[in-house]
Design a protein around this ligand. Sequence first.
Ligand code: FAD
Length: 366
Amino acid sequence: MERVPEVAVVGAGIVGLCTAYALAERGTSARVYESGVPGHGQSSGQSRIFRHAHDDARLVEFTRQGRAVWDEWADRLGAELVSRDGVVALGGPVPGRLRILRETGGISVRSVDSAELHARMPLLADYAGPAMLDEDGGAIRTRVAVESLADVLGDAVVTDEVFSLAPTGRGTVEVLSTVGRAEYSAAVVCAGLGTARLARNMGLSLPVQPAAHVRLTFQVVGAPPERVACLQDSSGDFGEVGVYAAPYPGNSRYAVGLSQTVEVREDGSFADSDALKGLNDRARAYVSRALPGLDPEPVEYLHCWVTGLPWSEDGMAVWEADRIFFVAGHNLFKQAPRLGRALAGAAMAEGLEENLRPAERLGRPR
Ligand SMILES: Cc1cc2nc3c(=O)[nH]c(=O)nc-3n(C[C@H](O)[C@H](O)[C@H](O)COP(=O)(O)OP(=O)(O)OC[C@H]3O[C@@H](n4cnc5c(N)ncnc54)[C@H](O)[C@@H]3O)c2cc1C
């Protein structure tokens, strides 16, 4: 049987790419199997939000550490990976989130009044409720991140689909793929929608809840603002209580999505076939009410599968079986470099960080 790199990584989404990069920075070779194109799965699209605010202090701390890894890698890769324009959050949860953020420490976050809110988020309609600014949050430059990491990894990323992984009985892992059979010292499965299926072959039942997510992109009216923050709106003042929005590089476009997702059945079909269109319409209606700085006619649509865990929309966990690590969760883009380092450590037999074990339910509101 072929035995070349030390670790197999399944999936070249942002989590797999970061895991392979974190292995490489520690001198451990990896092969990254990708059945499609790197970054085309849940990691597709032009922007994501990096925010520190979460309802679990452990996840806030994990995210704080992750921000530093993004900066370190941006320096090394010579590219901006997270903008410096911050994230504004609106609504009733703001005081509670501010408290958790302050208790964690080391995060630049504060309440803002409507004048400062307007300066940081000039696309937003008048709003006078609770608001805060996460200064070190910002828009993740998703394309740059995926492309720079894939570039650096070069031939380590192969176009090949993994069919199964299994322990050999010799302390190694065998991977069967479309065109190969190879043996590794460990494997990390970051296959997005494909992770639960591969885990099931190992007798693990992951409580992943597949769903579909909608994000619409709108053109900024007039000249793009020099600075524009990402937005997390839980206020309900504009008719929705869960909205996330982030600028594209250059600030001439702004992507807006509802946190609500559309449920899918086991076979991938929709329980309600009109629900996806319904979310599209609600996002458009939200933009006309809340974001007068945008032309309300979308210029791009992103419909994408997501894989949530039942305890939180920000939940994440890693299942371990015989030197194979299965990653699941949602809103993982911002966590990917820090998570990648944790997965690299686990694959190098340093043990999985306790917080990432499923029983810890990382992300659960506490
Ligand atoms: C519209 C939208 C908005 C979001 N907003 C945010 C946000 O603001 N902030 C944030 O942090 N996160 C956000 N997220 C979530 C975040 O994008 C995802 O959690 C993250 O991209 C997941 O990355 P991944 O590498 O785990 O999975 P994926 O990107 O799905 O990568 C998995 C890869 O594995 C490959 N694969 C699957 N099976 C196999 C196999 N058997 N063999 C080989 N390859 C295989 C797939 O082709 C795919 O490329 C958002 C997601 C969406 C869809």
